[in-house]
Design a binder for this molecule. Structure first.
Ligand code: ATP
Length: 255
């Protein structure tokens, strides 16, 4: 069987700064995989290269052994790799349902408005079905006609994930999904992620909330200063001397 996702010698330079430096790691299908590291370690930059937002300076992103590095975001999305939309990227004036409908079309056309205008009836009915299914999965069905901007913080986060889920991704990239959440919202979000994994979606998660990371992840890759530092299960990573050192050096503690 081919490796689901693999990054090979992935490198990103910004002028003289090497933000990601010859990074190698793999993600297995059907797992929740954490990407951790102190501030500035290069996690978001890595995400941006995997999702097609940045073209790597060098190295490869391999999805089922196909090199997808340098493809545009919608081309990456069409292959089933989608990053979540955060709070600020929702269309606040549109309803919850309309936001999710946009998500259903994400992989197909780069311009969402062209996508909406260009829909034929069959497209639209299929999209509505997928949107309703996504709303149900994330417990948002009763809020379908609300303005996205009026939702609570936790519901907005769930909507961000529903938009992503509506395109039926194989891999969801979640960048700090627990930021600003209260303990109840965190617990609900952790439940949602476990249900996504059960439904066969692979998750790659960047997160500073170590309790969430340790409680959720099957495997964790730790980066520091752009480089691979360590990889293992939660217990191994929590007790890994190089990981502890990297976090203590950055005045953060591994939970
Ligand atoms: N567009 C950019 N232009 C120049 N430098 C950048 C750019 N994006 C990131 N960097 C730099 O690259 C390094 C890695 O940043 P990145 O945001 O990937 O780290 P991170 O691990 O996600 O950090 P955090 O946990 O604080 O979000 C940092 O030194 C950052 O300042």
């Amino acid at each position: 069987m081919t490796q689901f996702l693999k990054v090979e010698d992935l490198t990103m330079r910004f002028g003289g700064l090497v933000a990601v430096d010859a990074l190698n790691f793999s993600v297995d299908h059907g797992t929740i995989h954490g990407l951790i590291g102190p501030n500035g370690a290069g996690k978001t930059t890595t995400f941006n290269m995997i999702s097609g937002f940045y073209k790597p300076t060098s190295g490869k992103v391999l999805l089922h052994e196909e090199d997808i590095s340098g493809l545009k975001m919608h081309e990456v999305a069409r292959r089933g790799v989608v990053r979540t939309f955060q709070h600020s990227t929702l269309f606040a004036e549109l309803t919850v349902m309309e936001n999710v409908l946009i998500g259903t079309h994400m992989p197909f056309r780069p311009n969402i408005f062209a996508a909406i205008v260009g829909w034929d009836r069959e497209d639209r009915e299929g999209a509505e079905g997928r949107a309703r299914e996504a709303l149900k999965f994330f417990g948002l069905s009763d809020l379908a006609t609300e303005r996205a901007g009026d939702l609570s913080h936790g519901h907005q986060r769930a909507l961000g994930m529903a938009i992503c889920f509506a395109s039926h991704p194989d891999l969801m990239l979640l960048d700090e999904p627990f930021t600003g959440m209260n303990p109840e919202e965190t617990r609900q979000m952790m439940d949602l992620m476990r249900r996504l994994r059960e439904a066969g979606t692979t998750i790659l998660l960047v997160e500073h909330d170590m309790q969430a990371i340790m409680g959720l992840c099957d495997r964790i890759t730790c980066m520091s200063f752009g480089k691979f530092l360590a990889e293992g299960g939660p217990k191994e990573i929590r007790n890994h001397p190089a990981v502890i050192e990297a976090y203590l050096g950055g005045a953060r503690h591994v939970a």
